[in-house]
Design a protein around this ligand. Structure first.
Ligand SMILES: NC(=O)c1ccc[n+]([C@@H]2O[C@H](COP(=O)([O-])OP(=O)(O)OC[C@H]3O[C@@H](n4cnc5c(N)ncnc54)[C@H](OP(=O)(O)O)[C@@H]3O)[C@@H](O)[C@H]2O)c1
Length: 375
């Protein structure tokens, strides 16, 4: 006897696999058979990807403060900063452009990434399609001698940073400007007021916060409605479920999940022998990325792989699809430096958990003890 949820699951899985096989074959094999020429074929592959990525756009924020974005965005930080190696510039520009060709319209950077280099990279990459995308950046640090040196969200500093960011991004407006971290020395109302002024001037279109607590979110929102909160959230880092997601839901604020693959941990690619460059990788300082914690948390990764193996999904795709299943106003922004990973991550959009499997899977992984704090 096949239950309706089994049928539904079967249908979704078939649908997903069919799309995956078609697109995968098309991407990696140059067609030699008749029909479309090579150039047309590759255009048609892009169109298929584009349609798939775009069919499920999401809304972040409410009313006139809302933005429409692809269900998965692209976090660009790791192309310049904090993920050990720094790839050559041209392949990263090509990767950002490929993401756009595949339908992604949501790109994230920050003054701090590099610092500055990542904004420059993103600005150059998106120039020819800038008006078609939602470009996000962040302020909130002092930068001295090319290093971050403490928080600074004073209104004067915010204005200076935005002027410089606009130049680096080669644009005259930032779609979504986040405060990177709450600055204990500056009342959040003053921060929101400074961004409100920039919005009035047209230099910024929407306001965001990052890793803010409910009290600050509420205070900021009362001055300038917040479109999105960007905070760490993944299947292994679920602190946001305590009170942050409820606050966002009550206020109609969207949620942008950063480090949605837990900085590659959930992909299964990180093992106890993985080396992080201490000069350019914060994982070297985080308790969850020690060889001992990676070994101790392996059953968690295996549980995700098990779920994916029977459904034709990678562990990364399961992790992203799980986030998408939590709320329709959550948008993960995985970072990558690889075209293959970009494609894999975007295909996660096509997998929908049935309510039953979401419950069973979440219960199963919820019972596994996690070793090592996320930060
Ligand atoms: N607001 C904040 O304070 C804050 C903090 C951290 C991050 N962020 C934002 O969030 C974005 C993403 O966060 P993140 O880079 O920390 O973590 P992440 O997206 O969870 O993980 C990125 C890492 O996973 C790897 N990866 C990506 N896709 C993969 C795949 N399909 N298979 C295997 N490995 C894969 C990447 O390596 P490859 O390059 O080899 O693919 C990279 O090392 C950043 O770009 C940034 O925009 C914001």
């Amino acid at each position: 006897m096949t239950s309706s949820s089994d049928k539904m699951e079967g249908f979704q899985r078939r649908d997903f696999l069919k799309a995956g096989v078609t697109m995968g074959a098309a991407m990696f094999v140059t067609p030699t058979w008749g029909g479309l020429g090579e150039k047309d074929q590759s255009k048609s592959n892009i169109n298929k990807n584009y349609a798939m990525v775009n069919k499920k756009r999401r809304t972040l924020g409410s009313g006139k403060h809302a933005i429409q974005v692809t269900a998965v965005g692209l976090g660009c930080m790791g192309m310049s900063w904090h993920r050990s190696f720094i790839p050559d510039r041209q392949p990263m520009i090509a990767l950002i452009r490929k993401a756009y060709d595949m339908g992604v319209n949501f790109f994230g950077t920050a003054e701090a990434y590099g610092p500055w280099k990542n904004e420059e990279l993103v600005g150059e990459a998106i120039q020819s399609f800038r008006k078609n995308v939602i470009l996000c950046s962040k302020f909130g640090f002092n930068i001295q001698n090319g290093q971050l040196s403490g928080l600074n969200s004073s209104p004067t500093h915010i204005r200076e940073v935005v002027e410089q960011s606009l130049k680096r991004l080669k644009t005259d407006y930032i779609d979504l400007l986040y405060q990177h971290r709450i600055d204990p020395n500056v009342p959040i109302e003053d921060v929101a007021g400074a961004v409100k002024d920039l919005i009035k001037e047209g230099k910024v279109l929407h306001f965001g916060l990052s890793e803010a607590d409910p009290a600050n979110i509420r205070k900021a929102h009362a001055v300038q409605p917040v479109t999105a909160l960007q905070t760490e959230y993944s299947i292994i880092s679920r602190d946001a479920e305590r009170d942050i997601l409820d606050t966002c839901e009550q206020l109609g604020i969207g949620f942008v999940a950063y480090s949605p693959i837990a900085r590659a941990l959930l992909s299964g690619y990180i093992n106890p022998l993985t080396k992080f460059d201490p000069d350019n990788d914060n994982r070297d300082t985080l308790p969850r990325y020690t060889p001992e914690a990676i070994t101790a948390n392996w059953p968690f990764i295996e549980a995700i792989q098990d779920f994916g193996n029977s459904r034709g999904l990678t562990a990364t795709q399961v992790s992203l699809a799980w986030l998408l299943a939590q709320k329709p106003w959550i948008v993960p922004i995985p970072g990558t430096t690889k075209q293959a990973h970009l494609q894999e991550n975007l295909w996660a959009i096509d997998y929908e958990f049935t309510p039953d499997e979401l419950k069973v899977f979440t219960d199963t992984i919820g019972k596994i003890r996690i070793v090592g704090a996320r930060n």
